[in-house]
Design a protein. Sequence first.
Length: 300
Amino acid sequence: MLRAAANSTGLVVLGLLLLVGSCSARTYAPVKERGSAAPQPDAPYREVRAGETLYSIAWDAGRDYRELAAWNDIDPPYVIHPGQRLRLQPPAIGRKPPRGGSHSVAKGETLYGIARSRGLRYQDLALWNGIAPPYTVFPGQQLRLSPPGAEASAAATGRNARGTEARSTAASLPAGEEPLVWSWPTDGAIVARFAASGPNKGIDIAGNAGQPIRAAAPGEVVYEGSGLRGYGQLIIVKHNAEYLSAYAHCAATYVREGSVIKAGQKIAEMGSTGTDRTKLHFEIRRRGIPVDPLEFLPKK
C-alpha cells in the first residue's frame, strides 16, 4: 500500500514538472509594426473599405496619392467610396500615341485623363503647361503635349522626354507654394532611426502616456483612424502637394479628417496602440517616398 502511494505521488510530481517545463518553454511572437517595414508590393487592385481614404490607401501601398488618383481617374478632392475598386499599379500602355503638338481640352476632361490617354505623366503635362495643383483645366484650353523644344527631332524628343521626367521628379515645390518649416512633433529620446534600405521608414520617439503630440507643420488631416495594420491609431497630414507626415500609435486624438491644422497644434496624445511600448512613430513622405525626418526637423 505504501509502494502504491509512493508511485502515485511520483506520477503527480512528474506531471507537475512537465507542466512547468511546458510553460517555461513558451515563447511569444514579437510585435511587428507595419510602419517599421518597407512598403510591400500589393495586388494590382484593392477594394476600398469603410473608413479608408485615397491617402491612407496610397500610404499603405507605398504609393504617391496622386499616382493612385491618375491611374483611377479620380479628381481632387479625391473622394472614394466603400466597395470601389482601385488600381494600385500603373495601367499597361501599349503603343503610345505620338507626342508633340497640342490638345484642346473638351468639356468634362481632366488633366489626369488627358495625360493617361496620351501616355504621359500628369506631372509632366502640368509642368509643360505651367499648371499648379489642383491641376484644373478648362474647355477650350490648349495643352502642350511635349516639353518646350522637344519637336526639334524625333530622337531629341525621346531624349528630352527622359530628361524632363528626371528634372520634374527632382523638382522642388510647385509654383506658389512656400517651403515648409518643420518642428518636432513631441519630446523624448529617439529609440529607432530611419533606414532607407532597412525596416524603419520613420523615427520612433519614446515618451509617457498622454504626452502631447503636435503637428510638425501646417496642413490638412487626410486620414484619422486605425485601419492601417501595425500603425495603431494613426493621423496622416497633407502639408502640400509634395509632403505628408504620419503620427502613429496615438491614444486620444483631437482632429478629424478634413481638419485644417497649424504647426505646433496638439493633434493627439502619445499611446501604445498597435505596438508594445508607449511611443510616437513619426514619418515624412515626399511624393509617396519615405524620407528621413531628421533631415527636416530642427537639430537638437
